[in-house]
Design a protein around this ligand. Structure first.
Ligand code: ZN
Length: 101
């Protein structure tokens, strides 16, 4: 009843398995090593699946950071975003500024 923070559509065209598949192939997708057929499948999934699309965006940006790291300085704002997202999942137990006894 309580539809809160997230928008859920009730289109069950894709399953959790499809998401796992999409994520698993994300790297290959970004490498451009997927067949056109597979790319189309992933692309379609990304179009209809926001979590996967966000994961894709993140990976794509991460790649830009890594690539540019060899050539030039990465914009600080983008680097901050990447790192904050990386740190968001697993929080370090030792917070900076906290004196360990
Ligand atoms: Zn998905």
């Amino acid at each position: 009843m309580a539809v809160g923070h997230e928008h859920h559509d009730h289109d069950h065209d894709h399953s959790e398995a499809a998401c796992r598949e999409a994520i698993a192939e994300l790297y290959t997708y970004l490498d451009g090593e997927l067949t056109i057929e597979r790319r189309a499948v992933i692309q379609r999934h990304l179009d209809g699946c926001n979590p996967c699309l966000e994961a894709y965006d993140f990976e794509a940006e991460l790649r830009i950071v890594v690539q540019h790291h060899c050539h030039e300085d990465v914009p600080e704002s983008l680097r901050q975003r990447i790192f904050s997202q990386l740190g968001g999942e697993r929080q370090s137990p030792s917070a900076p500024g906290q004196t360990a006894s």
